[in-house]
Structure formats: C-alpha cells, structure tokens
Write a protein that binds this ligand. Structure first.
Ligand SMILES: NC(=O)c1ccc[n+]([C@@H]2O[C@H](COP(=O)([O-])OP(=O)(O)OC[C@H]3O[C@@H](n4cnc5c(N)ncnc54)[C@H](OP(=O)(O)O)[C@@H]3O)[C@@H](O)[C@H]2O)c1
Length: 251
C-alpha cells in the first residue's frame, strides 16, 4: 500500500477492524495519514494490527469493544476522542451474517444481527455526530451490503439489518445536508473474508462457499479503495452510495 498524506490530521474510528474489510480499511486510512482507532472484540488481533500500522509509520489505537453492548459503544467513542484527540471519520463496518431460513434460525442469531449490524451502528453514529456537527467537519461511512438492496430466501434477517443501514444512512444524509458532514453507504458483493465461516446453518454455509468458488470474488482492499475514494473527495463532494460487486456476480 502506498503511503500518502491525503488524510493528515484526521482521526478515524473503524469498527470490525480485527479482520476482513475493516482491517483493510483501517490500514488504508492509516497509510493515507489518518490516526486510526481500531475496534473489535479480539484484542490480540487489534494489537497486531496496531503494530503493523506503526511499523509502516502510521498512528493507531486499539479499542476493544463489543458493539452489542451500548455501554461499550459509548466507551469506544470516548476512548477514541481521548486517545487520538477527536473523531472525524467513523467507519461503521462491524457485522455478522448469520444466515438461515427464518423457520430454522435461532432467535439469538436474529437478535445478534440486529444488535451488531444495526443497533451498534446507530449508537456509534448517534454518539459521534454532535461533535462532527459542532466542528462542521466529519464523515460517517456505513458498510451495508448488496443484501441491503435485495433479499433471498435465507437472508431475511441479515437483509433486514442491511436495508435498515441503508435507510438510516439516507435519513442521516438528508439531516446533515446543511453541514459539511458527509454520509457514505458502501454495499459490497462477495468479498473474501471470514464472514461466511460463521453461518450457523450448514446447508447455507456450504452453498455460500460453493457460490464464491465459482467466481473471482473481491478482496477486502477493493472495498477499502472505495472508502478511500469517498473520504478523500473535496468537502463539497459527497459520495452517497457505492455498490461494488465482483464482475462475475449476477445477483
Ligand atoms: N464479506 C462479504 O462478502 C461482505 C459482503 C457485503 C457486506 N459485508 C459487510 O462487511 C462488513 C465486514 O465484514 P467482513 O466481510 O469483513 O467479515 P469478517 O471478516 O467476519 O469481519 C467482521 C468484523 O466484525 C466484528 N464484529 C463481529 N461481531 C462484533 C461485535 N459483537 N462487536 C464488535 N465487533 C464485532 C469482528 O470482530 P470481532 O469478532 O473481533 O469482534 C470482525 O472484525 C460487515 O458489516 C458485513 O456485513 C461483507
């Protein structure tokens, strides 16, 4: 990754930075000069990421947090501000995709998707926004999904959270239009990460694994490049929505 100074002086917070897309976004923003708070539940992975970023000359802060717990979301935002001196770019990336037909789904899995993918994202945004508005500078990037635009027979619960992310992002965009705060929703198609490994329904997990083997799917860095584009535009340019599929992905 090439280092630039596009984001010198900016402070970013990336949730779900222990793997996949979040890790790639955090590394990219740090390489572009931002000081980056990296968050997730797995502290060791956060510490390794911080070491990698610092080895490359960047600045990063590990912030362990479970987004299903509102107190920890609050602490995550406060620790970022205290540790890095502010918060300009919030990347709400953490998510779980516990696919199953509704009739076979565990209630706890449906609830966990709502808590992490939607409630956690809403809480982090709610807590970060007042200061962004006050300083008239800020960017909220919400990682949704192609599943935020279309639904299939095993994604009712997951898609409900991602449709929610899209609705929340659009409302937020309108609400902040009279300020310099910008809102971007990113909708990835299939990306090579750990996301599918946590699918509880064995049939669905296997079908998903087969599907992604049939094509060249995206790398997390492909999504990070989209986020980089959005957050480095001049302040009068607001990239509202990025839908990024593998070329071979039809639906
Ligand atoms: N991969 C794809 O094909 C794809 C496609 C469309 C959209 N997306 C979206 O992209 C985002 C990132 O997913 P990914 O593909 O990079 O998957 P991933 O590799 O499984 O990463 C998910 C991240 O979310 C974090 N997370 C999960 N539960 C959490 C919780 N309770 N509290 C805090 N953090 C939590 C994980 O960290 P810990 O486990 O350490 O907490 C991890 O860092 C998700 O919102 C996902 O819906 C992915």
């Amino acid at each position: 990754m090439t280092s630039t100074d596009d984001l010198d002086g900016e402070v970013a917070l990336v949730t779900g930075a222990t793997s996949g897309i979040g890790r790639a976004i955090a590394a990219d923003l740090a390489a572009a000069g931002a000081a980056v708070a990296v968050s997730g539940r797995r502290t060791e992975r956060l510490e390794t990421l911080v070491e990698d970023i610092e080895d490359d000359g960047g600045t990063a802060l590990p912030v362990t947090a479970d987004l299903a717990d509102t107190d920890q979301v609050r602490e995550m935002v406060e620790t970022t501000r205290e540790g890095l001196g502010g918060l300009d770019i919030l990347v709400n990336n953490a998510g779980v995709m516990l696919l199953a037909p509704v009739v076979r789904a565990e209630l706890a899995d449906l609830q966990q998707m709502l808590k992490v993918n939607l409630e956690g994202l809403m809480a982090a945004t709610r807590l970060a926004l007042p200061e962004m508005l006050e300083q008239d500078h800020g960017h909220v990037v919400n990682i949704s999904s192609v599943a935020g635009r279309r639904v299939n027979e095993t994604s009712a619960g997951y898609s409900a959270t991602k449709f929610g992310v899209n609705a929340f992002s659009e409302g937020l965009r309108k609400e902040t239009a009279d300020s310099s705060v910008r809102v971007t929703v990113v909708e990835p198609g299939a990306v090579d990460t750990e996301l599918g490994e946590h699918i509880p329904d064995e049939n669905v997990r296997e079908r998903m694994a087969e599907m992604v083997q049939e094509m060249t799917i995206l790398d997390p860095e492909d999504i990070a490049a989209g986020v980089h584009y959005a957050v480095t535009q001049p302040e009068h340019v607001s990239v509202n929505e990025l839908l990024i599929r593998p070329t071979e992905q039809q639906s």
